[in-house]
Ligand binder design. Structure first.
Ligand code: HEM
Length: 477
């Protein structure tokens, strides 16, 4: 009553379309959003109007360039091959259990830090090292969450008094800024010294020094650089972590889906095996390149289905410039916080049908076997309209590559009795992580096929009709 909190929460697809697309200009992020996410400063997430247009135009061009896409694919492959798979192979040999959410988080941090800053942190090495940037970013985000649910005057008071979560946030922000400023200074020195680098930061540094570039008109260039890079890191790391973790959980509960994904991958492998004559066919572990995975219908459908049920950004927050009426008749006035619940959209029978709570990739596949284009009027995990996620294509590339490497080379299964539930966080994370017993290794280096393990794995998960993958046998289990 006294908090002056005024919210409108909606999951009506027409309202969402109206706010994000049709009347986009009336629904900016707003000053309150910027206050809450002050750690992101002038990063693209936080800015509106002309400034946003400049940043968006440049970022969009950068993210869609061929060089950038090649960088993402090659970095991704390197991290999967040199860190993710060896890490999982190690824990499976050791027989120790793992938290797959932590593994996915480390994976996406490593890829992002490579692509954005050109740095190699080896964050997925078997010692599970700590990383001060990753820790500080987590601390900051946790503290920011409380700003969403407390009246603004209250958290601003705490901020002024430097106490509670605000104290933690201040410390984390200082750490994050200091680390990023060091990275940026080092990169500038490298570039001056003639070191050839290709990463997001180098591209932005060069563009800011080039008077013909659109971003060179922005004020406070150094602060912009720091805030933009931090925004990319946060935008890319937590969303991919969340998308992968919920996907693995859903697949581990639905053996029929896993079987179909494996069938598709097996087909890819069989076409690759025809390269045997050229000597390029490989044995364990099998790593699929992004080109191999691009056209896979079922894998893409399964990822969309998982994002529908568990959108990594479950809620989007907007404000209204002028009084307006939404398609469902609700009125919004300036000062009201509008919360768009993407999470709820996927769970409404009147939007997705009576079976909306079921994990059914088939709903994304037409009768002719082709993928149904994502229905933008009711599928919002990547936002829609002018502020659609810039990293959407990259996300599918990364997730497909991790999913294929993990499912094809390992047997994964959730620890019995492990309680899965979501955690109050800006992204949709799991509160207790996703505990897997030692991921049974299906193939080990030097050996061809661990039949006993494979049989145990498949028998436990029910009937699984699949020919063996070693190319030597055609028997069906
Ligand atoms: C499964 C993965 C991902 C999901 C579900 C996702 C979702 C979203 C959503 C919902 C927004 C709108 C946020 C808002 O308006 O407040 C957004 C924006 C954005 N995303 Fe993603 N994202 C993902 C991955 C990525 C990746 C890998 C990157 C690249 C680093 C990225 C970069 C961005 C950027 C830069 C924006 C801001 C666009 C703008 O404001 O114009 N995202 N994303």
């Amino acid at each position: 009553m006294f908090s002056n909190l005024r919210y409108l929460v909606t999951c009506h697809p027409q309202n969402i379309e109206y706010i994000l697309k049709t009347n986009f200009n009336n629904f900016p992020k707003g000053e309150d959003f910027r206050d809450v996410f002050d750690i992101l400063g002038d990063g693209i997430f936080n800015v509106d109007s002309d400034r946003w247009k400049i940043q968006r135009k440049f970022a969009h061009a950068e993210f869609s360039s061929r060089e950038f896409r090649t960088l993402v694919s090659s970095t991704n492959r390197k991290v999967v091959e040199e860190q993710l798979v060896p890490f999982l192979a190690h824990v499976s040999e050791e027989g120790s259990s793992i938290d797959l959410q932590d593994v996915c988080s480390r994976f996406s941090f490593e890829v992002n830090i490579n692509v954005i800053f050109g740095r190699y942190e080896n964050y997925l090495s078997i010692e599970l090292p700590s990383n001060e940037l990753a820790v500080a970013v987590d601390d900051a985000q946790e503290a920011i969450l409380y700003r969403h649910i407390r009246p603004m005057f209250f958290w601003k008071l705490l901020r002024m008094l430097e106490t509670g979560k605000e104290r933690k946030l201040k410390k984390a922000r200082k750490k994050v800024h200091q680390i990023l400023e060091d990275y940026i200074n080092q990169k500038k020195k490298d570039l001056l010294g003639g070191v050839r680098t290709f990463d997001c930061l180098s591209t932005y540094i060069k563009a800011l020094q080039d008077n013909t570039s659109i971003v060179s008109s922005l004020p406070n260039k150094d602060i912009f650089l720091r805030d933009e890079m931090l925004t990319f890191l946060i935008a890319g790391r937590d969303t991919i972590t969340s998308g992968l973790t919920w996907f693995f959980w859903l697949v581990s509960k639905t053996s029929a889906v896993e079987t179909k994904i494996l069938e598709e991958l097996k087909f890819v492998l069989s076409t690759k095996n025809s390269e045997k004559e050229t000597g390029s066919a490989r044995k364990w572990p099998w790593i699929f390149g992004s080109e191999d995975l691009k056209g896979l219908v079922y894998l893409h459908a399964a990822l969309c289905e998982s994002l529908r049920l568990y959108p990594p950004l479950p809620i989007n927050r907007k404000s209204a410039v002028k009084k307006d009426q939404l398609p469902d008749g609700s009125t919004v006035t300036p000062g009201i916080e509008i919360l768009l619940s993407f999470y709820s959209v996927g769970r409404m029978p009147w939007i997705w049908g009576e079976d909306c709570l079921e994990f059914k990739p088939e709903r994304w596949i037409a009768e002719n076997g082709k993928l149904i284009t994502e229905p933008l009027y009711k599928f919002f995990p990547f936002n829609i309209g002018p502020r659609t996620c810039i990293g959407k294509d990259i996300s599918f590339t990364l997730m497909k590559s991790v999913v294929s490497a993990v499912l094809f080379n390992f047997h994964v299964e959730v620890v019995k009795g492990h309680h899965v539930c979501s955690k109050p966080f800006i992204n949709l994370h799991m509160k207790n992580g996703l505990k897997f017993p030692s991921p049974g290794i299906l193939f080990t280096p030097g050996r061809t096929f661990n039949r006993e393990l494979w049989l145990n794995a498949t028998q436990e998960r029910g009937k699984c009709e699949m020919t063996l993958w070693d190319g030597n046998s055609s028997s069906a289990l």
